[in-house]
Ligand binder design. Sequence first.
Ligand code: F6R
Length: 617
Amino acid sequence: MCGIVGYVGPKSTVDVLLSGLRRLEYRGYDSAGISVITGTGLETRKKAGKLDNLIAEITAHPLAPANIGIGHTRWATHGAPTDGNAHPHLGGTREKLSLIHNGIIENFSELKAELLTDGTRFASDTDSEVAAHLIAREYDKSGDLVLAFRNVVNRLHGAFTILVVHEDQPDVVLAARRNAPLVIGLGDGENFLGSDVAAFVEHTKRAISVGQDEIVILRSNSVEVIGFDGSPVTSEEFTVDWDAAAASKGGWPSFMAKEIADQPQAVADTLMGRIDSDGQVRIAELESFTADEIKNIDRIVIVACGTAAYVGDVIKYGIEKWSRIPVQVELSHEFRYRDPVVTKNTLIVAISQSGETMDTLMATRYARELGAKVLAICNTQGATLPRESDATIYTHAGPEVAVASTKALVAQITAGYLLGLYLAEVRGATPVRELHRLGRELLKVPALVSDVIENLVQVRELGNDLANAKSVLFLGRNVGFPVAMEGALKLKELAYIHAEGFAAGELKHGPIALIEEGQPVIVIVPSLRDSDSLHPKVISNIQEIRARGAKVIAIAEEGDTEVGQWSEHVIFVPQTEQLFAAILTVIPLQAFAMALAEAKGLDVDQPRNLAKSVTVE
Ligand code: F6R
């Protein structure tokens, strides 16, 4: 889950690498480093801690101008986050080769033993350094860097993206990819490599996504892609639709604050072109599925992790209700290793912002082996998940940099509801008039999201007031239940406070024992308007916890005149369809977790121990 960047071209290589690392820092921030080849040879700077530490090191010990280099930001797997374990790692006794690595080399112990027998001395505890020495040794034998690189990557097991430069070949960066992401950026007289397009989008929007077991030979005026077996590979270019400015803070105090504010746009862009003025959903990306294939689906299994899995729990309500297809939501890592029942009529819906979450990739690969079709809901072009899926509905949330997911989540729920409405219409499961009415209502949601965001002052104050809370509980029913779990996850990851989300109906079956005097409980209250509303039941749940001393903060719909009598605070969100309310009620919970973390003086963009893309299992 490290971030990787490579560059060959006339620009200041140090600047290109550092700005690329800044955009990839969300992938890991335990340490960072770069290597460049200057007029006098290979030079490396690396430092434990966040990127700013590396920048301070380079300011103290500047690097000479260079036209080629590689850079890395690390999320530690093998070896503690120290200066020595930071990448790049140098290979060979004369240290002319520099290597960066994202992933895990599973057979590193046996390779290291082989090198130790040879007398190789190691400067770090990492698995990555093994690859650096092996390639340097092979190169010393043959003098052919591509051959040496190819021979070694063929010997590695596990997951890796590896980039290498060598002082004797100062015009080329070599890269290899297996089970870890790598994208090429095509420039004019310059070329780039990155873990994702964010690494180079400020320089070029032309990109190629590198496939499994492929090697890239990158020069300023040429890009060659070959397989691990040396055979040529034809790759398809695509245009990146992310705006470079979208990946900068743009005056906001944090990426998270900006991304919360981006949410109306994220929902609007995900809807754009997918619902006509009558309310009919059209998803061009699903045209690869025939009407018969859609009618034959007998079960949907949603696989995802973390916030994306809670999205699955939300959209399940709508997809089942409208399309009448049974939906099951599974954590990817649990699904993959439990011998699930999957047939050719099972549709797997894999939800992932990054498209690189290894658990989700493994689950989808497994499902395809079992004969199922995979539909991805993904935010990142050029990522592995869309490449390995039968179709992809892209969420157009733009780059999400803060580690905690916000705008990707609302875009994923939007895409999931589009999917549900589309399937329902193709299968004739709900009257078209009702589906189109829902489609028209969905088009109104971006404006409602704006209203929620403009009224978050009260939530921020609450965050300050509760900064010393030891634990916060979240309750909800129906789509409010996964929203409650998401609220708890946000609080844990950002403010390091114990938090749990429960189904409000489950309370009396155990969790109510947790309630004691002053316990803050945030309750997602459903609309009062619907005839089949769960509102009275949730009010009863509130009364039960109030009677035991809970301090209740309710998230309720405007016009709810009852809830205020039973709650210390009520945060109102605009009226919408019962199922769409999840998109609105989750936003105060994001803002609450952010405010509480800020009140505790924590880094909301880069919480401890986390990385945004979890590319290891
Ligand atoms: C929480 C969060 C994570 C991710 C999860 C899946 O705020 O961001 O729980 O949702 O790691 O990531 P993707 O969507 O990239 O597969």
